[in-house]
Structure formats: structure tokens, C-alpha cells
Design a protein. Structure first.
Length: 218
């Protein structure tokens, strides 16, 4: 019985260490672009800035839990569109947005800022959260579902750098400021197409904490 108890205690101790992995905290800096009823329809075409903070908890060499806050000023202008109707319509908008999301990141190769040999990897991520922005009735919150792809590597001991693009799907069609009464303003906005926006940029993170007891084969 005592032997079993000792084995269980060792397992629990190791499990606790397993989940006490290296953490990362840092910044995101890059650009944003809007995909909706106004302006260009390019999926990736940064035309404004985006900046924020990011935190990652590396629970395993192949997985990280992540949370990030990002601020951006989304802008779009029909005059820059390749669509002839949009060019002649000539609408534009800008909107300050604040986004707070969390999710999971999958590394295609094992990665750890504090472990030799786990130095670089492409990755994908899926998140969920909220975004705050201005509407004609004042500021409001909306749900957002970010997903994207990136690549990261070690820049220096306990310092990592990455490049990523994330697409954000929203559940409303009002970021551009034209969701209501579209017939009276004669702008021909489609209220059935919810807005998207994209962040593309660089992450710079610093590691802290201690490495767990997993091995390279885990």
C-alpha cells in the first residue's frame, strides 16, 4: 500500500511540474486590414497599424495556451478598391477597435524557448473572444473568432520572435458604420455579410518560469 501511495505522489508531482512550463510574455506589432462592404476585398493587405500584448503558457512542446489584447484603427476606402462600383460609390470609414481573445496554438515541430534543439516551428492557432468598437449608437461589443498561421524561432536565450497572420470573423455587420437603414442613404450595403478583419505582424516574447519534467518523446 505504501509503495502505491509513493508512486501516486511521484506521478502527481511530475504532473504538476509538467504543467509548470515556461511562460512567454511580449508584444505584437504590425498592420490590419478590413474585409467587408467598403474598400478593398484583399484577404491580406495591411493598410493601418495594430499593436498589442501577448501571453503564452507552454503546456507542452507542441501546444501553447495563448491570450492577447490588440488595438488597431481599422480603415477602408472605396477609392482603393478594384471594384468599379465601389470606386464610383466612394465611401470610406475608420474605427478604433480593442480586441481581447484567448485560445490554443499548435506547433508543427516541438518548440521551447528554454530547451536546446526546440528552436523553431511553424504553427496554427484558434481563439475566441470579444472586440469593442464604435457604432452609430455608441461603442459596442461583438464576439470574434480569430484563426491563423505563423512561424516563430529563438532570437536569443529566453527571447523569441515570430511572424503571424490572423483572420478575425465577427458576428455582426456594423464595424464599417453602415449596418442600418441602407436604402435611405442609398449606399447598397449588404447587411447579410458579417465583417472580417485581419492582423498581420511580428511577435517578440520573453520567457519566464521553469521548465517541466516532460521529455523529448512526450
Amino acid at each position: 500500500m505504501m509503495k502505491k501511495i509513493v508512486i501516486v505522489l511521484i506521478f502527481l508531482c511530475c504532473s504538476g511540474s509538467l504543467f509548470a512550463q515556461i511562460n512567454e510574455v511580449g508584444i505584437f506589432a504590425g498592420g490590419s486590414n478590413f474585409i467587408g462592404d467598403i474598400g478593398r476585398t484583399n484577404y491580406i493587405y495591411p493598410n493601418s497599424y495594430a499593436i498589442g500584448g501577448i501571453f503564452k503558457w507552454n503546456m507542452h512542446p507542441n501546444f501553447s495556451l495563448r491570450a492577447n489584447y490588440t488595438y488597431s484603427k481599422l480603415t477602408a476606402n472605396d477609392s482603393e478598391s478594384s471594384n468599379s462600383f465601389r470606386k464610383s460609390r466612394d465611401l470610406s470609414f475608420s474605427n478604433d477597435i480593442h480586441e481581447l481573445v484567448a485560445g490554443i496554438e499548435y506547433h508543427f515541430f516541438k518548440y521551447n524557448l528554454d530547451k536546446t534543439g526546440y528552436t523553431h516551428t511553424p504553427y496554427i492557432f484558434v481563439e475566441a473572444g470579444v472586440v469593442n468598437y464604435a457604432t452609430i449608437d455608441g461603442r459596442t461589443f461583438n464576439y470574434t473568432m480569430p484563426f491563423g498561421i505563423g512561424y516563430k524561432t529563438i532570437l536569443a536565450p529566453k527571447v523569441g520572435i515570430g511572424f503571424e497572420t490572423g483572420f478575425r470573423y465577427t458576428f455582426k455587420d456594423d464595424i464599417d458604420g453602415y449596418p442600418y437603414d441602407t436604402e435611405s442613404v442609398n449606399v447598397q450595403i449588404n447587411p447579410n455579410n458579417n465583417d472580417w478583419y485581419v492582423f498581420t505582424g511580428i511577435t517578440l516574447v520573453f520567457a519566464f518560469g521553469r521548465e517541466g519534467c516532460y521529455t523529448g518523446s512526450f
